[in-house]
Design a protein around this ligand. Structure first.
Ligand code: ZN
Length: 388
């Protein structure tokens, strides 16, 4: 991650600025002389943030222009972006000619800088990044951002170049929508079309180290004393609403499996609130009171998950399914998912290859097995750390 940042030209000052506002909201402001009135760096510090009264001589910073890209624009709802620690990129294009805006769901983690960069990889256009809250409030209009519960650091608007970049820090876990388009589209009220040869990469960089398996989230109400046949019980969702259980008798598994379910459910909730809570079906059949005949659910590493269109192969929108599969991969300990939606296999398996360095369950992370049409059958690593 660090080398990737260096390759992008990050300076220590830029990173510090993004995290703490120490270099002002916009490096370009300093460069183009707008901030020259203050040679004292503290003036530059404070003048970048709306609502600051530390420098009464400076013009008050403007608020972002409200932008509703999908009201007029033709929005394609893309798979949600990763918000786990580290760097992750997606590549997209406007080749179908049907859309002029791409919309991404993103869950901002609490207190971590998330750096978003859209870079032109094909076609002639100036990229624009817009960030809205889920209620439609514009947090970043492409040039100016807010500084409240979500603090925006405008780095590069992209208006005259090939790269649009912005930093976001949220006080608490916050779901936002990220829009990628061009300035021609923005300035045309979202009516103009995108060139069909336009393509870009969108990189999410979260300024923390990826959690190793030992630091997976764990249910705060997990009870290590509550065991059966050597397995632990997935407790009721705490806080409520992350997941629902089939029943206590069917909810015994390895601690790692319980942590994976809890971790994924926690990140899923703000990403797709309408597809939450996750419905957690059988963990382990090897308990008398859980009578489902589930041949493979026999060692505490398997679970069935149902989440509406995120797991149902008949839904046309594949974005939630890809997003949910990515969350499992992001845990770093998921071995495989059985689900028969072949339309998403390539994307999911490529992401697994990109993010991990271990062999998946039976050679392919996501694969089809008869009957897996409306749920994810997920397997995590065995106690020996392997998948097979
Ligand atoms: Zn299953």
């Amino acid at each position: 991650m660090r080398s990737a940042l260096a390759a992008l030209g990050f300076s220590a000052c830029t990173l510090a600025a993004l995290a703490f506002g120490a270099c002002g909201a916009d490096d370009a402001q300093v460069d183009d002389g707008k901030a020259e009135a203050g040679s004292d760096s503290s003036v530059i510090d404070d003048s970048g943030w709306p609502g600051s009264d530390a420098n009464p001589d400076a013009e008050p910073p403007a608020d972002p222009v409200p932008r509703a890209p999908c009201t007029t624009g033709q929005c394609w709802s893309a798979p949600a972006l990763s918000s786990f620690c580290g760097s992750s990129s997606v590549s997209e294009d406007f080749s179908t000619g049907k859309y002029n805006v791409h919309q991404y769901a993103l869950s901002l983690p609490a207190g971590e800088m998330v750096d978003l960069t859209a870079s032109v990889t094909g076609g002639a256009f100036n990229p624009a990044l817009i960030v809205n809250a889920v209620d439609g409030t514009t947090l970043y209009d492409g040039e100016i951002g807010v500084s409240g519960a979500v603090k925006v650091s405008a780095v590069s608007s992209g208006r005259t170049g090939n790269v649009a970049r912005v930093g976001l820090v949220a006080a608490s876990v916050t779901a936002v929508s990220v829009f990628v388009t061009s300035w021609s589209v923005v300035d045309g009220g979202f009516s103009p079309a995108m060139p069909t040869d336009a393509s870009y990469s969108l990189t999410t960089d979260v300024e923390c180290e990826p959690p190793p398996p030992g630091t997976l989230l764990s249910p705060p109400n997990f009870d290590a004393q509550k065991t059966s046949n050597g397995y632990f019980m997935l407790p009721d969702s705490e806080p409520p609403g992350l997941y629902v259980k089939k029943g206590d008798a069917c909810s015994w598994g390895n601690k790692l499996l319980i942590d994976v379910i809890y971790t994924v459910a926690t990140h899923w909730k703000p990403l797709y609130p309408k597809l939450s809570p996750l419905s957690v079906k059988d963990l382990n059949e090897n308990v008398a009171a859980c009578t489902t005949n589930h041949d493979t659910h026999d060692d505490g590493t398997h679970v069935d998950i149902v989440a509406g269109c995120a797991t149902d192969i008949n839904c046309a929108d594949k974005a939630p399914k890809i997003a949910l599969a990515k969350l499992f991969i992001d845990t770093g300990v998921a071995c495989g998912i059985l689900n028969n939606d072949t339309a998403v296999h390539q994307t999911v398996n490529a992401y697994f290859a990109q993010k991990t360095n271990y062999a998946p369950w039976k050679s392919q992370f996501m694969r089809s097995v008869t009957g897996h049409v409306a749920h994810f059958h997920v397997r995590v690593k065995k106690p020996d750390g392997t998948c097979n």
